[in-house]
Design a binder for this molecule. Structure first.
Ligand code: S3P
Length: 169
């Protein structure tokens, strides 16, 4: 059974919800990169972006991955931030960490899920659907090239996804 799983994918794809359930099913520790960065910084991501800019946040993501690769446990599920695979360096780190699974969701699913979201700085202001479409177009190839496996999530519950993922070899 795979004991080191990294979930990547767009904001709202279900990385955190599914990851938590998967870790429970596999009886291993769950890590959410955004939560860890917020805890280490003592600030919300929206505030990190507002105070220091996106570049500073991306540096924090790289630092988190390096540290996790050094000191992370032998078995875990890690939910990556949606933008983590954007840097080449991070892609290498993510793949070194474990089996990288891309949780893939349609634009319509993401738009529905994030319609009321205020926590994600990249989606604030302007036309949400357009913003999501543009970012997804930029990122699709990056997610695909980072992942060892791709899992379609549309129309599937986190429980169903967890069930599939926990039997992955
Ligand atoms: C981001 C995704 C967010 C968070 C930040 C930037 C992105 O994480 O790291 O708002 O660039 O896609 P989630 O994918 O967990 O929402």
């Amino acid at each position: 059974m795979i004991r080191k799983i990294v979930l990547i994918g767009f904001m709202g794809a279900g990385k955190t919800t599914t990851g938590r359930k998967l870790a429970q099913a596999l009886d291993c520790e769950f890590f959410d990169a955004d939560e860890r960065i917020e805890a280490a910084e003592g600030r919300r991501i929206a505030d990190i972006f507002a105070d220091d800019g996106e570049g500073a946040f991306r540096d924090m993501e790289t630092a988190f991955l390096k540290e996790f690769l050094q000191n992370g446990p032998d078995a875990f599920v890690l939910s990556a931030g949606g933008g983590m695979p954007l840097r080449e360096e991070n892609r290498v780190l993510l793949r070194r960490l474990g089996t990288v699974v891309y949780l893939k969701a349609d634009k319509e699913t993401i738009v529905k899920r994030l319609a009321e979201d205020k926590s994600r700085p990249l989606l604030q202001g302007g036309d949400l659907e357009r913003r999501i479409a543009a970012l997804m177009a930029e990122r699709e190839q990056i997610y695909l090239s980072t992942a060892h496996k791709v899992m379609e999530t549309d129309g599937r519950t986190p429980e169903e996804l967890q069930e599939n993922l926990s039997h992955m070899d």
